[in-house]
Design a protein around this ligand. Structure first.
Ligand code: MN
Length: 298
């Protein structure tokens, strides 16, 4: 059974004690198994408090981030690559101390709109850094997820095929592909085929909709996505991610371009996401079972 996760930005924009308490308690109360916490700046975490609250609530955790221009390991600039490796290792330490077993996001480049394509040397350099960070992460039983995002947020991994190739270059068992329906809807020619092609290399999954609001209210064929996840035997975490400028602070609002609020009631959004996800997964599993029925079987 897949664990169901929730991105903390549906509740809070940062990580003060009050925000940590709110995000952790509400996520657990609404029945999720995993809380994904943004770690763009890993210094925001009160590690002991966060770990204690997560443990008390019975929640597993994931840290997510993108690098920035000064820490861009795909830049080919040795100083930025060193700074990026140090940032990623810092996040690995925070994840280990919080008890998180997954770090995901744009770990391989800056999280920004690029004005030029990446270079082969830049991508190879990023893969070397990720391989070293992956080795450190493995010692703490942490998996790294290379999130495939759209062209306005990186120039390195925009499609599942690119992420598969990148993970093969990295060649570490704990470095996997992270797919997100919102980004796939922009870049893939066929999102179901992308999930099938990724197969066992899929380590983490984000749901959402085309406008990043309520599930099922956008233009993405979510039933087909859930069927593909079930059919391919994906057993990892499925995390709902949605953003509103009512909650999200800087710098995410600007980088993600959240100029409209698709919701303002976190509680209602999240309750709906849980019901929708459970219902879709149930439909997908029943669909798979029904498709294999033979005459006379019961
Ligand atoms: Mn995502």
């Amino acid at each position: 059974m897949n664990k169901l996760g929730l991105h903390a930005n549906v509740w809070v924009g940062s990580w003060s004690e009050a925000e940590a308490r709110l995000a952790i308690s509400r996520t657990a109360e609404l029945g999720f198994d995993v809380l994904e916490m943004p770690a763009l700046d890993p210094a925001i975490f009160d590690i002991a408090l966060t770990r204690r609250l997560l443990d008390e609530a019975g929640l597993a955790s994931v840290l997510s981030l993108g690098l920035d221009a000064g820490t861009d390991i795909s830049s080919g600039d040795p100083e930025k690559m060193r700074a990026g490796e140090a940032r990623l290792l810092d996040v690995v330490s925070v994840a280990r101390d919080i008890g998180a077993h997954h770090i995901s996001g744009i770990l391989y480049s800056a999280f920004q709109k690029y004005m030029v394509p990446p270079t082969r040397r830049g991508i190879e350099g990023a893969a070397e850094v990720i391989a070293r960070v992956g080795e450190k992460a493995a010692a703490s039983n942490i998996t790294l997820g290379m999130e495939v995002v759209n062209r306005y947020e990186t120039n390195v991994l925009n499609t599942a095929a690119q992420a598969i190739e990148f993970c093969r270059m990295v060649d570490r068992p704990n470095v996997k592909v992270h797919l997100d329906v919102y980004h796939m809807n922009i870049e893939e020619t066929d999102s179901v085929a992308a999930i099938e092609m990724t197969g066992d290399m899929l380590g983490y999954f984000h749901t959402g909709d085309s406008h990043r609001g309520y599930l099922g209210t956008g233009s993405i064929d979510l039933p087909a996505i859930f069927k593909a996840l079930v059919r391919t035997g994906y057993e990892g975490t499925i995390t709902f991610e949605s953003f509103s400028s009512k909650v999200v602070g800087d710098p995410l609002t600007g980088i993600l371009g959240i100029w409209r609020n698709t919701w303002d009631d976190s509680d209602d959004l999240v309750r709906h996401a849980m019901e929708y996800t459970r219902s879709q997964l149930k439909s997908a599993r029943e669909s798979l079972r029904t498709s294999a029925l033979m005459p006379g079987q019961d």
